[in-house]
Ligand binder design. Structure first.
Ligand SMILES: [Zn+2]
Ligand SMILES: [Zn+2]
Length: 142
């Protein structure tokens, strides 16, 4: 992907974004918070340095405390409710972007399934993806 720009938006278009560069990490998450927030059996998120992501429009926040004790803030469009971004107090300067909101997520290949113990038997993932019961340690930065 190199210098490709990833663009995305919420369903109504009030919130949009542009991302330059590649994600640090991307994964499917099967935790109970992601299920409730998305209404799906898992979400797919890609993580970037905050300065890679330029956001236009206003998001609303909803914060919860994760099993690590960190605050996990989910951001969504206040108008249409599309879940867009996530921030974690234990990962300063990193933003998670919901892959389903991207217009061109082709190069975003998830590298793991996290909180896999929350996965239902009928929610199938590739055997090539490592599965973790929790959030794995962050990948070494370049
Ligand atoms: Zn919207
Ligand atoms: Zn989750």
């Amino acid at each position: 992907m190199n210098n490709a720009i990833i663009t995305g938006s919420c369903q109504c278009g009030q919130v949009s974004y542009e991302i330059s560069g590649e994600p640090m990490f991307s994964a499917h998450c099967c935790c109970s918070d992601c299920k409730k927030a998305s209404g799906a059996d898992h979400i797919t998120a890609a993580f970037f340095k905050s300065d890679q992501v330029a956001i236009k429009g206003n998001v609303s926040d909803y914060a919860t405390t994760g099993d690590s004790g960190n605050t996990n803030t989910r951001q969504f469009c206040a108008n249409c409710g599309s879940r867009m971004f996530s921030l974690n107090s234990g990962r300063e300067g990193v933003i998670g972007v919901q892959v389903g909101t991207m217009n061109n997520p082709k190069g975003i290949a998830p590298r793991a399934v996290v909180y896999a113990k929350g996965k239902n038997d009928w929610d199938a993932f590739s055997d090539a993806l490592p599965q973790f019961d929790k959030m794995p340690p962050p990948p070494a930065s370049k």
